[in-house]
Design a protein around this ligand. Structure first.
Ligand code: DC
Length: 224
């Protein structure tokens, strides 16, 4: 079996940062599954496809023309050959992604594409259902959380750095609403896999979280 580390958790828990760092440290491939939902939402928006039209959205997901250029520590994302790395990180696209992610046939359409990221050298898979649905047999699984307040604080900082105007209370309310949607949807709800180790990053530094995850990989005999 190919080595896979799954990292699931709510938005803002630090999954993206941790997954990218672990991939860099280990030389493993990286799957940012949220980006696939974001790209599907963005592609539908650009093609004027109604997000309530599930078969049409699933068709877009199935035929998504995307490229992930993984270079030392950063990934460039191309949609139909156009660089959308920054565009897919906006709040507008996050909202589109959250809507398409609850459609079962969209999730189905993206399933094999996600599994195809598994690589001989190893894969770090970041998302909501990596350990529960996409890679249920992964040898190492992490469920990363942080309080909603801490996640809102981090998101405000991040958006300010991107030059977006933001209000903490609005962001906190958005995060809580998104958690609620992600945890209570009927397909692939956000929840820890039975065999995942849970890490609460609220009071841990990035390096401390990385150390815990790398300790898990060592315990599982996946890295030295
Ligand atoms: O992690 P993110 O914020 O980029 O995810 C964008 C949206 O996609 C978010 O609403 C959750 C959803 N998502 C999902 O349903 N399953 C995944 N494996 C990854 C993301």
């Amino acid at each position: 079996m190919k080595p896979v580390l799954t990292i699931d958790g709510p938005s803002g828990s630090g999954k993206g940062t941790i997954a990218a760092r672990i991939a860099l440290d280990t030389g493993w491939m990286l799957l940012d599954s949220g980006a696939l939902y974001r790209l599907t939402g963005l592609a539908c928006d650009r093609k004027d496809i109604d997000l309530e039209d599930e078969p049409a959205v699933a068709e877009v997901a199935r035929n998504l023309d995307v490229e992930f250029d993984q270079t030392e520590g950063s990934t460039r994302v191309l949609l139909e050959q156009v660089d959308v790395t920054a565009t897919i990180r906006t709040e507008k696209v996050a909202a589109l992604a959250s809507r398409v992610a609850k459609l079962p046939s969209v999730r189905d359409a993206l399933l094999q594409r996600q599994r195809d990221f598994a690589a001989e050298q190893g894969l770090v898979a970041d998302g909501r259902d990596m350990g529960t649905v996409v890679f249920p047999d992964a040898p190492a699984k992490v469920y990363l959380t942080a309080s909603a307040e801490e996640r809102a604080k981090r998101r405000v900082l991040q958006l300010k750095e991107q030059g977006e105007k933001v209000d903490y209370e609005t962001i906190l309310a958005d995060i809580k609403a998104r958690d609620d949607r992600d945890m209570n949807r009927t397909v692939a709800p956000l929840k820890p896999a039975a065999d995942a180790i849970e890490i609460d990053s609220s009071k841990l530094s990035i390096d401390e979280v990385i150390q815990r995850v790398e300790r898990l990989l060592i315990e599982k005999g996946l890295i030295k």
